[in-house]
Design a protein around this ligand. Structure first.
Ligand SMILES: Cc1cc2nc3c(=O)[nH]c(=O)nc-3n(C[C@H](O)[C@H](O)[C@H](O)COP(=O)(O)OP(=O)(O)OC[C@H]3O[C@@H](n4cnc5c(N)ncnc54)[C@H](O)[C@@H]3O)c2cc1C
Length: 381
């Protein structure tokens, strides 16, 4: 195997493959790139959803989309029309296949599966030295997408934990026209819990139970509530589970700042779910990763070195931080706060805001929809 590269990408998940795929399109001007992925093979391990605003990328890979979604708590329910920016879903397997196909077409990129790092990369004489089971390689720049460890994530403000089944039933019980974004469970002083339902057809859907809490929740705890959710939507019905989806997303990371400053000046950047790629207040990362890929590719073309994701604007990161403080301190307010947002803010404003495309007037609309008392207290936390 070749030993010297322009770029090594550690981790071929969403961020690593997205960058690899984009670089592959540069043809013979693409940097010589080695992509190291720990997995032996890709599985359909998740779904990536986002609102299809004009700026959204890879919408052609979406297998499903919904023009309406619902948010409900207790007796209240809001049905939101989002036909102007449908809620779209990409199945991970589609994305992995597509990205691998693009990468394999350019011989300047080399994706190695089942690839382990034998030691942490070292900066020696102006290049990064990386020990792999294929031998030592060197590179001018490194994009590291490995997630931080739980110890490094100990200052996370709020954890988003979820467990879901993609399941199939015989009877036609799902409404494939309407996604259920948040269906809140009873108020709770420890966490905010809600169900999420993506109906793929009248007989097939992804049903998830999600928790926002101070600590991560693991599968065994989530399973009890997921079982209740399944019983709620398809009571007394036999079902076949096609796939299970589990996720832990840190929201509001103090480590984002330090991670970004890793060794940027020497061409080593951290990217991905635990390094600033996820929106603090939602955990959504797919479209943010795609935007970073474009900026990073431009930087590599301009000066040969990758760049980290840019910081969120001050107003946005401050609003997210205050919102997370309120949810952390008062999870019992959660259902009401989300209901206020989805029922009081005009959909195009809220969706732009949630998709990082908000105008100043959208920010004002969001702030106006929230009750002032808990937020004023949270500012001083
Ligand atoms: C189940 C789930 C559902 C999600 N749904 C959405 C959604 O609907 N919308 C949205 O916007 N965001 C969503 N997210 C958040 C985010 O988009 C994803 O987590 C996304 O995959 C993050 O990309 P990443 O590259 O940071 O991490 P990953 O995609 O997890 O990639 C990291 C890669 O690094 C590899 N790796 C780890 N250690 C090593 C090592 N030592 N050497 C080599 N490789 C290594 C891993 O095998 C993995 O392939 C979801 C997250 C999860 C977990």
């Amino acid at each position: 195997m070749q030993a010297d590269f322009d770029l090594v990408i550690i981790g071929g998940g969403c961020a690593g493959l997205s960058l690899g795929m984009y670089l592959a399109q540069l043809g013979h001007t693409a940097p010589q790139t080695l992509l190291l992925e720990r997995r032996k093979y890709y599985e359909n391990d998740r779904t990536w959803c986002f609102w299809g605003l004009d700026q959204a990328l890879h919408t052609d890979l979406a297998s499903n989309q919904w023009n309406q979604f619902k948010v409900q708590a207790n007796e209240q329910s809001a049905l939101i029309d989002c036909a102007f920016a449908p809620y779209q879903m990409i199945a991970a397997q589609n994305f992995y296949d597509h990205a691998q196909g693009k990468i394999s077409k350019n011989s300047r990129l080399d994706l190695r599966m089942n690839a382990a790092l034998l030691a942490e990369p070292q900066f020696i004489e102006g290049r990064w030295r990386i020990q792999t089971q294929f031998g030592e390689v060197s590179a001018k720049g490194v994009v590291d997408t490995r997630p931080l460890s739980m110890t490094q994530l100990k200052n996370t403000k709020l954890w988003q934990s979820f467990l879901g089944y993609e399941l199939e039933i015989q009877e036609e019980l799902f409404d494939p026209e309407v996604a259920v974004l948040m269906d809140f469970c009873e108020k709770n002083a420890e966490y905010i819990g809600f169900n999420y339902l993506l109906p793929f057809s009248k007989t097939r859907a992804l049903i998830e139970f999600t928790v926002f809490a101070e600590r991560p929740f693991y599968e065994d705890e989530l399973l009890i509530e997921l079982t209740k959710a399944v019983e709620k939507y398809i009571p007394h019905t036999d079902f076949k589970i096609h796939r299970t989806e589990f996720g832990l997303i840190p929201m509001g990371l103090e480590s984002q700042v330090s991670a970004k400053h890793g060794a940027i000046d020497k061409g080593y950047v951290h990217v991905g779910l635990t390094a600033g790629s996820a929106r603090s207040a939602t955990g959504y990362a797919f479209q943010r990763i795609q935007r970073w890929v474009q900026e990073c590719t431009e930087a590599i073309q301009a000066n040969g070195l990758p760049i980290a994701p840019s910081f969120d604007p001050f107003l946005l990161s401050t609003m997210d931080s205050i919102f997370l403080n309120v949810l952390r301190e008062h999870p019992e307010f959660g259902p009401e706060l989300f209901m206020n947002l989805f029922s009081k803010v005009e959909p195009h404003r809220l969706i732009r805001f949630l998709s990082d495309q908000g105008h100043l007037t959208d920010y004002v609309a969001v702030i106006s929809a929230l009750p002032s008392t808990p937020f004023i207290k949270a500012i001083f936390k």
